[in-house]
Design a protein around this ligand. Structure first.
Ligand code: ZN
Length: 65
């Protein structure tokens, strides 16, 4: 009765550039940055990330100095 919760479990990654969800299993565009893998929905997003990865990765909330 509760099994259907697990059937559709997929590893979805978030495209850090546009925020879209990307299926890790089928993602064509991915790159590694700071030993973490990032997935992208399109080549344009991947290139935007490569151009300026820190813009998309460092989500600091200005708490710490
Ligand atoms: Zn994208």
């Amino acid at each position: 009765m509760f099994n259907h919760f697990f059937v559709e479990m997929k590893l979805m990654a978030k495209d850090p550039v546009c925020g879209m969800e990307v299926d890790e299993a089928t993602a064509k565009y991915k790159t590694e940055y700071m030993s973490k893998t990032y997935y992208f929905c399109a080549k344009g997003c991947l290139e935007a990330f490569k151009r300026d990865p820190e813009k998309y990765v460092s989500k600091k909330h200005g708490c710490c100095h």
